[in-house]
Write a protein that binds this ligand. Structure first.
Ligand SMILES: *Cc1c(COP(=O)(O)O)cnc(C)c1O
Length: 386
């Protein structure tokens, strides 16, 4: 009998099992929120990026319903063909106004934005400097670009500086970084990165995926929070985390946006997002603009929780945000702790390689505006027994 050419997969999965690295798909019932029903049991949910609780906000659902009645659901084509409706155009204008830039471009996801933007900006003969802890979508964008990729040590501007000094032979230079690192919850040193980008005439692409709607006086992200938004020419955000919807965007100059609409392959060769999704995103932007207290309170609560966790002796690394990892080191410990927390009704996802480097397995607490003081007290109690 001929052997099955896919049989290696069983072997590879068993290997993941043996190393405590196999992921299982969980399915939840009902809406996303601070409480979540998974496999028939209710948990307090510390695993969502729905930081402002907008994913299940009735205002977004109402916007979707009425837009669907007028526009239907599907976009039907890529934006350059016939897929871009007036709702897409309105949302892009709203995003540009929200970000304070000339223009913005809507992608299907943040992943598509990052993996499309980088290859549109650099190619063979160019160089990209990428933070060692950047999100997978930035890493894939670097790989797809065929530019030389130089990975610098996480948040280490000295190291980046030394690499930049030796990079004058390349045609174009680009620095890419998360603004709020998705696993460690720490912030990129954006003012120093802006200094370096300006000194070495380097493009700078900052991914605000976890910071849009959370950081900054107007919710624009860490660049606004650190006072450098005018010095970051390529700003990426997502509508799928704090904004509770779905989709990614790039904000910048009109020329940048025009170029990306021509050359970002994940934009050009992908069907536009459903028009009602744009209506949901605009409803979310209204809320973020009108209710700044949500983000202020969330960040204050996060600061309090970080303090309590540190006082209780947990290693939360350099977290400075609503993303708080409890670093446990090996995969088995992280899995065992997550299981104990589940028994106490707390859903806190264990994060293992390849999402984090080997030896840095953790529990990732993702704090949201809807978490009550009682929920946090229960979390601390459950952790004490884990
Ligand atoms: C989640 C995430 C993305 C991808 O955004 P999606 O809209 O979920 O595709 C990009 N960058 C970072 C840093 C992220 O954490």
């Amino acid at each position: 009998m001929p052997s099955d050419p896919l049989s290696w997969i069983d072997v590879a999965l068993r290997d993941l099992d043996a190393r405590d690295l196999r992921r299982r798909l969980n399915t939840h019932d009902g809406a996303q929120g601070p409480r979540i029903a998974i496999d028939g049991r209710e948990y307090t949910n510390f695993g969502a990026n729905d930081y402002l609780g907008l994913a299940s906000d009735p205002r977004l659902a109402a916007a979707v319903t009425s837009a669907a009645q007028e526009f239907g659901w599907g976009a039907g084509a890529s934006p350059l063909v016939t897929g871009r409706s007036v709702l897409h155009e309105q949302l892009e204008h709203r995003l540009a106004a929200f970000e304070g830039t000339e223009a913005a471009l809507l992608f299907n996801t943040g992943f598509a934005a990052n993996s499309g933007v980088i290859p549109a900006l650099v190619g063979e003969g160019d160089v990209v400097f990428s933070d060692a802890l950047n999100h997978a979508s930035l890493i894939d964008g670097c790989r797809l670009s065929r530019a030389t990729v130089q990975v610098y040590r996480h948040n280490d501007c000295e190291h980046l500086n030394s690499r930049l000094r030796e990079a004058s032979g390349f045609r174009r230079r680009l620095i890419v970084t998360d603004s709020l690192f998705s696993m460690d919850g720490d912030l990129a040193p954006l003012p120093a990165l802006c200094d370096l980008a300006e000194r070495y005439e380097c493009m700078l692409h900052v991914d605000e995926a976890h910071a849009t709607g959370v950081f900054g006086q107007r919710g624009r992200g860490v660049a606004e929070h650190l006072g450098v938004e005018d010095r970051v020419p390529i700003r990426v955000g997502t509508l799928s985390k704090a904004l509770g919807a779905s989709g990614g965007f790039v904000a910048g100059s009109q020329a940048l946006i025009d170029w990306l609409a021509n050359r970002a392959r994940s934009y050009v060769f992908s069907t536009a997002p459903p028009p009602p999704l744009c209506a949901a995103a605009m409803a979310a932007l209204d809320i973020v603009e009108c209710e700044p207290d949500m983000r202020t309170i969330l960040l204050a609560t996060a600061a309090g929780l970080r303090e309590q966790l540190r006082a209780a002796g947990w290693n939360i690394g350099p977290s400075a945000s609503q993303i708080i990892p409890i670093i446990l080191g090996d995969e088995q410990r992280a899995l065992a702790a997550a299981t104990t927390l589940r028994e106490h009704g707390m859903w806190v996802p264990p994060i293992r390689p390849p999402t984090v480097p080997t030896g840095k397995a953790c529990l990732r607490i993702s704090l949201a505006a809807g978490h009550t003081p009682e929920m946090l007290a229960e979390l601390l109690k459950a952790l004490a027994s884990a």
